[in-house]
Design a protein around this ligand. Structure first.
Ligand code: LLP
Length: 421
């Protein structure tokens, strides 16, 4: 995170003054340090390159996507994961090479499958038995697929965002034989080519044990099934720092650990080493982004609580309400000691519209001040809604002290554009 106070006591991101940005562009606005995003991508490349393994890096668009983000991913030599026709459309509109796009999702619609086939995407990640027949039916040429298996492994993370456990809606269970059935169906299909296997065991994974164990299990199953693959995709889920005390996944240490483990497992099993792929989202963009708000009403309930309200809320910041996620806040326009605990609330008509339950801010905070909530680069804009007909925020990338708009603030007109008069 590159959020620092400058010598004037004003908060900056990537050497760009956030007060000036808030004044020039209005609030709420999400600001990304572009170099931070690029550096995260480069750290993954470097870590893999050092292992000498054949690898592919892919960015999970769901964390944050827009045309400029897709272009950036292309410039940093990242493939792209999409989970909907909308994410695919965004990538194609950005001029992204379709053959480097992978299509995920547990319920791809017929329309999505046809659109993806016509666009010539790289591969589908098959996530249901009946999807195999559907892709086969619409394909007219050979089509590469990865099979998403459910390894039944739980990553230690928040219950709501686990995706690897047995009862998960994602993947085809190895233990219950669904993965074997899928392999058989793919073999019997006319057009599908099983390029590889995919798993994703959860989010905010700090250390490598769960991924290593899962990879081992999957490789054993592949060996027992006498199934050779070109690509093993071990998903995303690498952790980031939201608050002090959080640990970001150590890319330089963790990636080699995982890779070495896969290499030695393959060696022990006498199984041919596949190419390895990962698909991080959060760890690429979360800490690169901050959201700027203007302080409005301040309500002090004596001896109970102090609410500091901002001009956004759960429409652009749903993770606190949804996952009880924790965040840090900084006063943008003055560097003062944060000597008071307050609740930062949004402006939406809902009691649950809280951004930070126990935030540390200077006592002097008043209407008109600007706040920056840190680590809001992932799953914020992409999870934003128009609840209460609130417009979605603007998004800027800053680099070398200069800001460029990447998503315009939603206009009032856009709120009713689909309404029938
Ligand atoms: N690959 C697959 C198959 C996934 O399902 C996900 C995330 C990723 C990659 C990227 O994971 P990441 O590196 O971003 O952790 N809305 C929740 C997160 C849901 C993640 C869903 N899948 C949140 O705000 O925490």
């Amino acid at each position: 995170m590159t959020v620092l106070y400058n010598h004037n006591g004003e908060l900056t991101i990537g050497n760009t003054n956030l007060k000036t940005l808030a004044q020039s562009f209005g609030t709420p606005t999400i600001v990304y340090d572009e170099m931070y995003i690029r550096q995260q991508m480069r750290r993954y490349h470097d870590a893999f390159q050092k292992t000498g393994i054949a690898y592919v890096l892919s960015y999970a668009s769901k964390a944050f996507t827009c045309i400029q983000m897709v272009k950036l991913a292309a410039e940093e030599n990242f493939d792209l994961d999409v989970v909907s026709i909308g994410e695919l459309y965004t990538a194609l509109e950005a001029g992204y090479d379709a053959s480097r796009i992978h299509f995920h999702g547990n319920n791809k619609t017929k329309e999505e499958i046809q659109y993806a086939l016509n666009s010539g995407i790289g591969y589908f990640v098959v996530d249901a038995l009946d999807e195999i027949a559907l892709i086969d039916q619409y394909a007219s040429n050979a089509v590469d697929v990865l099979l998403r298996v459910n390894p039944g492994v739980e990553a230690h993370t928040h219950e709501f965002i686990q995706t690897g456990q047995e009862k998960s809606k994602f993947g085809l269970s190895i233990k219950y034989g669904l993965a074997d059935q899928a392999v058989q169906q793919i073999k019997e299909s006319q057009h599908l080519n099983l390029k590889g296997i995919h798993f994703h065991i959860g989010s905010q994974i700090e250390e490598t044990t769960a991924m290593k164990e899962t990879a081992k299990m999957v490789l054993k199953w592949l060996k027992e099934s006498a199934l050779e693959i070109e690509l093993l995709n071990i998903g995303g889920g690498f952790s980031v720092r939201y608050i002090e005390g959080d640990h970001a996944f150590n890319i330089e240490k963790g990636i080699p650990e995982i890779v070495e483990n896969i290499k030695s497992t393959c060696h022990d099993l006498n199984y041919p080493l596949p190419m390895i792929s990962i698909e991080p989202g959060r760890s690429i963009v979360a800490e690169a982004g901050v959201t700027l708000y203007e302080v409005g009403s301040i309500k002090e309930i004596p001896n109970v609580n102090k609410y500091v309200s901002v001009d956004g809320g759960m429409s652009d910041h749903i993770r606190t309400a949804l996952y009880d996620a924790k965040y840090q806040v900084k006063l943008v326009n003055r560097d003062e000691i944060a000597d008071e605990t307050v609740t930062i609330s949004g402006k939406l008509c809902e009691s649950g519209d809280i951004l930070i339950h126990e935030a540390q801010l200077p006592k002097s905070v008043k209407r008109g001040d600007y706040l920056a909530i840190l680590s809001t680069g992932a799953y914020h804009y992409s999870m934003a809604s128009n609840y209460n007909q609130i417009q979605k925020p603007a998004v800027y990338f800053v680099k070398n002290g200069k800001a460029r708009e990447v998503i315009k603030r939603q206009s009032l007109r856009q709120l009713i554009i689909n309404d029938v008069k």
